[in-house]
Design a protein around this ligand. Structure first.
Ligand code: PSV
Ligand code: MN
Length: 395
């Protein structure tokens, strides 16, 4: 922990430096592969997603942008941009990262940018270029690629050829980026493919980003790792090599579970934030903090607010680590003292400091309680829920 006199200052600077992007798909009905439980408050239109995102930003003050998924949110591509602009000003939230969709069309059954068919690879590349055009039109900095490609059975695909196709496609994608835009390359070791995925880990993402060009970086989705993997070590390496582009935050117990941040392992996010803050609060400008969660059981707006406020708490806890003292203890191999200093910051209750910060910004002290008091969820549940077919009786 820092000495008391500096805690207040540090807290204000840390909280002022922190923003996080919310995903449009977090407000829509989604499910597991076994089915969907529909929520009356779920958003169906882009207008409703912007409206919900506007509520989260109004109550937390730290979510000024909304990540958009191309086919889900912008089915007409660039032609949808004027509508998005209107929604931005109506709801006080700007379009954020643009997420291409290379996973839902039938033609992608055997892959998109890595499909053995040159024709299908070409169509997937064209979608990447369309996504860049949308980002340019909307002024979005980041095009955030998650590639679902892979195979389910050994020997059924050439892993090596697919690497070459992917490199070629990403180089061509990169050539279309406008100055200041970035291509973020996400990795995932499993799902939907279960034998191999074409971008399985941070090493592959990092290689592909370097091969694509100087505006490409790695995106770390915290749910996209094998159990027990040391994610903060990956983050440290990506910071060291200048390849860290951003995060998709969520928590998990088993796989890509999409649980609210910190619900299972808040200490892990604290450790990740500590690594980032070693580069100073300024580092966050080059690291896009985004949420990637889609809730099936919890209320969607509530879950988003829980995640945002938990992220703020963990960011502030990490800021309270006395780094000079920690470095001294590390150099002297004072293991217990170093660990206790580190853990001490994690266990510090930062909620009073955050409430003070919120008050200073004119924000509600407790965003979840303010959401409940506002009646917003009840109102949209009544309005949107009327569209749901009546639930049939099980009797
Ligand atoms: C895939 O699991 C993923 O994490 C990618 O980031 C997608 O864009 C997102 O989920 C939504 O499908
Ligand atoms: Mn993701």
């Amino acid at each position: 922990m820092q000495p008391n006199s500096t805690v207040q200052d540090m807290a204000l600077r840390a909280l002022d430096s922190f923003q996080i992007e919310i995903p449009s798909w977090g407000f829509a009905n989604t499910g597991t592969r076994f089915g969907k439980f529909l929520q009356p408050a779920a958003a169906s239109t882009l207008e409703e997603k912007f409206s919900d995102a506007g509520q989260v930003h109004k109550l937390t003050g730290v979510t000024p942008t909304l990540a958009l998924h191309v086919l889900w949110d912008l089915p007409k591509g660039v032609a949808d941009a004027p509508a998005v602009r209107a929604l931005e000003s109506r709801h006080g939230v700007a379009a954020g990262s643009i997420n291409p969709n290379l996973f839902q069309d039938q033609e992608y059954k055997f892959g998109s940018l890595c499909n053995p068919s040159a024709d299908i690879r070409g169509r997937a590349l064209a979608h990447m270029l369309d996504s860049i055009a949308i980002a340019t039109e909307l002024g979005s900095r980041d095009i955030s690629l998650w590639l679902p490609d892979g195979s389910n059975y050994p020997g059924t695909q050439s892993i090596r050829k697919r690497i070459e196709w992917l490199e070629e496609a990403l180089v061509r994608t990169h050539q279309s980026l406008a100055p200041g835009q970035r291509l973020l390359i996400e990795y995932k070791p499993f799902e939907p493919a279960f034998y191999h995925t074409d971008i399985a880990d941070w090493g592959m993402s990092s290689h592909l980003a370097a091969a694509a060009g100087p505006q490409a970086r790695v995106l770390v989705d915290t749910g996209h790792h094998y159990a027990a993997q040391n994610i903060e070590q990956i983050v440290a390496w990506l910071l060291h090599t200048g390849m860290l582009g951003g995060f998709h935050f969520n928590d998990r117990r088993y796989a890509d579970d999409d649980l609210t941040l910190g619900s299972i392992d808040p200490y892990q996010i604290f450790r990740i934030f500590h690594e980032i803050q070693l580069s100073g609060f300024g580092a966050i400008q080059d690291v896009a903090f985004m949420i990637d969660q889609s809730h099936n059981l919890k209320g969607k707006i509530e879950a988003m607010i829980q995640t945002v406020t938990t992220a703020q708490e963990l960011w502030l806890k990490a800021a309270l680590v006395n780094r000079d003292e920690l470095e001294r203890l590390q150099n002297q191999c004072e293991l217990v003292k170093a660990e206790e200093l580190f853990r001490g910051a994690f266990w510090h209750d930062v909620r009073p400091l955050i409430r003070e910060w919120r008050a200073s910004k004119g924000l509600p002290a407790d965003p979840l309680a303010a959401l409940a008091d506002s009646g917003y969820v009840q109102r949209i549940s009544a309005e949107r829920g009327a569209r749901l077919a009546p639930v049939s009786s099980y009797a």
